[in-house]
Ligand binder design. Structure first.
Ligand SMILES: *Cc1c(COP(=O)(O)O)cnc(C)c1O
Length: 484
């Protein structure tokens, strides 16, 4: 056991101090009223300053973050979050705001909403946004509520079904179900794109719309989007765009121009604000002009439109996340923002092409910001051609665990479900060629290890605080309290 495996309370020694308050200079110090005082002293650890510094510094190093190293987690867009974003979100004038302040005192903050809305409209091709939703999935639910309000306002109450591709992110069908919609699945072609022939027979007057992401979860651009938009609109449905990972499109193409009517963005992915670990998020929802009256309240308008989808969260969402996103957009500026998509796409294709002789590449076409391998090309289960496998070879899980030994975060694994050994890699645009080259070199080294001696991979990771937890047990029976 390392000494920092202990809780700070276990490091406590009676009478040890790290900081002492100055002696009171008043003869009779102020006393809190009796009824406000504690019955007992608070339970605080008694530790020295160096104990505290080492404890928390060591704890912070037991985790992996985008500030620690390369984090190619597909469908998560773990791009670097510039520190100026943090500084701006921490400005006292912003940090101390209260949502119930009189509006005359928050004009600057409202100006931020306005500026961010205009920027996002320019980037996505939508006509207006709501910032109320606090996460991507919350944005999906809000968008679907807007869709429902739209159909209801036209007396079109029979549209209770929504089409979702089989490659969709899991939150799409879940949000649809929460919204009371029945999910109809549309299949993918062998090339990984929505099968238009499978779509056509599904379209009728019970369809509220379709939820799509483009590029899709395989990192592939849906080339038939124009045709799909026409088919869905012709049957009276709307197109919903899951823009959680809009990274590859930023500065290149706009969902609004592809025929999408409603979308959400994940500011905590695409627009460089920290995420993971359940921290605050922001899933603003943008709509086409004809849907503006259906946006939730409160809005910047004084009057509430009776067609509004209603209230979806307290106040106006997570303002700190919006500040970070706005700082990021302004820092890049109108010209540099155009490089985000192309660089994210270039980096992903560079890795894909550099590794496809070691890892199975089920879909070889040009990808956008991410792509999927289907495990190792040669997993070491056979020594020579014609040998019967003497032992089980290295799996995707083993490759992922071995990467941790080399100081990289693992890619997304076993998702999407279309492939049995999926490894989903998304480098983002914020990495240098040197970092990406080192990752490629490491992935090649791991492939060579797997061929030589898969046991090295199967025993990995060899030097992280936790190796291979029983993930099912951890999910089903989480131990949430410390047992000394
Ligand atoms: C992350 C993600 C979501 C969900 O976003 P949350 O903020 O985690 O709710 C939805 N769709 C896609 C494609 C995503 O990558």
């Amino acid at each position: 056991m390392k000494y920092y495996d202990k809780l700070i309370f276990e490091l406590s020694k009676e009478g040890r101090t790290g900081y002492s308050l100055p002696a009171s200079k008043w003869e009779e110090p102020f006393q809190l009223p009796e009824e406000l005082r504690r019955d007992e002293d608070p339970m605080l650890p008694q530790v020295s300053e160096v104990d505290v510094v080492r404890h928390y510094t060591n704890l912070s190093q037991m985790n992996f973050g985008v500030d620690t190293g390369f984090y190619p987690l597909g469908s998560c867009t773990m791009k670097y979050n510039p520190k100026i974003n943090e500084e701006i979100a921490a400005l006292p004038g912003f940090q101390g705001l209260h949502p119930l302040q009189p509006s005359s005192t928050v004009q600057g903050a409202l100006d931020v909403f306005d500026g961010l809305e205009k920027s996002l409209c320019a980037i996505t091709g939508m006509a207006g946004f709501t910032f109320s939703p606090c996460a991507g999935a919350h944005g999906e639910l809000t968008g679907l509520m807007i869709m429902r309000s739209y159909h209801m306002s036209r007396g079109d109450s029979g549209r209770t079904r929504i089409i979702v591709p089989d490659s969709a992110h899991g939150t799409n069908p879940a949000s649809a179900a929460v919204c009371g919609l029945e999910v109809v699945e549309v299949k993918s072609t062998p090339e990984g794109l929505v099968d238009v022939n499978d779509l056509k027979p599904l379209l009728d007057d019970t369809i509220a719309g379709i939820m799509m992401t483009n590029p899709n979860t395989l990192g592939l651009f849906e080339k038939e989007i124009g045709e799909i938009a026409k088919l869905v609109h012709d049957c009276g449905g709307l197109l919903y765009y899951d823009g959680a990972n809009m990274n590859p499109l930023v500065g290149v193409a706009r969902p609004g121009d592809m025929g999408f009517d409603i979308l959400h963005l994940n500011l905590h992915k695409t627009f460089s604000t920290p995420h993971g670990g359940g921290g605050p998020g922001s899933g603003p929802v943008g709509v086409a002009k004809s849907l503006l009256p259906f946006l939730p309240v409160p809005s910047m308008e004084e009057d509430v439109d009776e067609r509004s989808a209603g209230v979806v969260s307290g106040f106006r969402g997570n303002f700190g996340v919006m500040l970070r996103a706005y700082a990021y957009i302004l820092m890049l500026g109108r010209e540099n923002v155009k490089q985000v998509g192309p660089l994210a796409t270039l980096n992903a294709n560079y890795i894909k092409e550099s590794l496809k002789d070691c890892y199975k590449l089920p879909i070889p076409s040009i990808c956008k910001h991410e792509f999927v391998f289907d495990g190792l090309l040669y997993d070491g289960s056979r020594k020579e051609e014609g040998d019967t496998p003497a032992r089980s070879g290295a799996t995707t899980l083993d490759v992922a665990k071995r990467l941790l030994d080399y100081g990289f975060h693992a890619p997304t694994i076993y998702f999407p479900l279309l492939f049995h050994q999926a490894i989903m890699i998304e480098p983002t645009e914020t990495e240098s060629k040197e970092t990406i080259d080192l990752f490629i070199e490491t992935m090649r080294k791991i492939a060579a290890e797997a061929a030589e001696d898969p046991a090295i991979l199967q025993g990995a990771p060899h030097n992280t605080p936790i190796g291979r937890p029983d993930e099912t047990a951890a999910a089903r029976h989480p131990v949430l309290r410390y047992k000394g």
